[in-house]
Design a protein around this ligand. Structure first.
Ligand code: SF4
Length: 63
């Protein structure tokens, strides 16, 4: 599974980090950066929750 960010859609709400701090970090303005594009085993549910938490559909899981 991959966690993919379309940074052109990220508006810096910062909501995506809470369900998956091990997968996403925020920069100083609150914009997301995916730490683990290839989702580590055992964190698939966190990756899905992370993608679903984004109000702007900037994150998605694939695979
Ligand atoms: S919740 Fe969405 S818009 Fe907000 S920082 Fe995360 S990816 Fe960007």
């Amino acid at each position: 599974m991959k966690l993919l960010l379309d940074s052109t859609r990220c508006q810096g709400y910062g909501l995506c980090q809470e369900p998956a701090p091990e997968l996403v970090e925020l920069d100083e303005w609150g914009y997301a950066n995916v730490i683990a594009v290839v989702v580590p085993a055992g964190t698939e549910d966190a990756a899905r929750a992370c993608a679903e938490s984004c109000p702007n559909s900037a994150l998605r899981v694939e695979g």
